[in-house]
Write a protein that binds this ligand. Structure first.
Ligand SMILES: Nc1ncnc2c1ncn2[C@@H]1O[C@H](COP(=O)(O)OP(=O)(O)O)[C@@H](O)[C@H]1O
Ligand SMILES: [Mg+2]
Length: 224
């Protein structure tokens, strides 16, 4: 069996002054290659923290993480960015678009950094913006885009690198029905084409039919 993500007894404790918050509490699970799974649960239950540890953005306090069989738990801060770039596409809240760059440039930049020619990267980026229905906004700056449009730029950017694992934190949160469907359809397509995987944190019941499996989180734990 090909596993994209395997975590065991994963725990994250945030320490602020003398307060401790156990945000994720001993989570063990595996996500197979090709799977699209959902994570649901109330606000504060640890979903974003768990997703951030999957993506090697946040180091666990205890437990272990393997990505495609590769032990990443104890990698240094220097090594982690390489793992992130090798495996993941992130669709996180707040979008993190570069404000001085157009929608097109935001999608194109990571491709150029990876070494793709400007021409090739530009063509691919336009193609992706078209997929998320934003071709006519390609030259807009983020400040002139609506929340939903910015979200779709972030999605196009995440998909541009053909990631093996897509991590999405409430990707349809700001989107109307039609855009939401489009996003899920696009994610599904990418997963199929690349035999990739996706982990989607969502409250959106419209997404359910597109998920292979759903985990429910409560107080830092996956409900059995
Ligand atoms: N950087 C942080 N420092 C301290 N506590 C945090 C931090 N991030 C999240 N928390 C706390 O950890 C718990 C889980 O948060 P989070 O993972 O964001 O949950 P969710 O995404 O399900 O809303 C919450 O109690 C939250 O307040
Ligand atoms: Mg969250």
């Amino acid at each position: 069996m090909d596993f994209a993500i395997q975590v065991e007894d994963l725990t994250k404790v945030y320490r602020e002054n003398s307060t401790e918050v156990v945000a994720v509490n001993g989570v063990s699970l595996s996500i197979q290659r090709g799977e699209v799974v959902g994570i649901m649960g109330p606000s504060g239950s640890g979903k974003t923290t768990l997703l951030s540890m999957f993506g090697c953005i946040l180091k666990p306090t205890a437990g272990s993480i393997k990505i495609y069989g590769e032990e990443v738990t104890n990698l240094s801060d220097k090594e982690l960015p390489f793992v992130r770039r090798k495996y993941f596409g992130f669709i996180f809240q707040g979008f993190n678009l570069f404000q001085p760059l157009s929608a097109l440039e935001n999608v194109r930049l990571p491709l150029e950094i990876k070494g793709m020619s400007k021409k090739e990267a530009g063509a691919l980026s336009i193609n992706l913006l078209e997929k998320v229905n934003l071709k006519e906004r390609a030259y807009f700056l983020p400040r002139n885009l609506s929340g939903g449009e910015k979200q779709r730029v972030a999605i196009a950017r995440a998909l541009a690198g053909n990631p093996l694992i897509i991590l999405a934190d409430e990707p349809t949160g700001n989107l109307d029905h039609k855009s939401g469907e489009l996003v899920v359809k696009t994610l599904r397509e990418l997963v199929m084409i690349n035999n990739a995987s996706a982990v989607i944190v969502t409250h959106d019941s419209r997404i359910f039919h597109s998920l292979d499996r759903v985990f429910y989180m409560e107080d830092g734990k996956i409900r059995a």
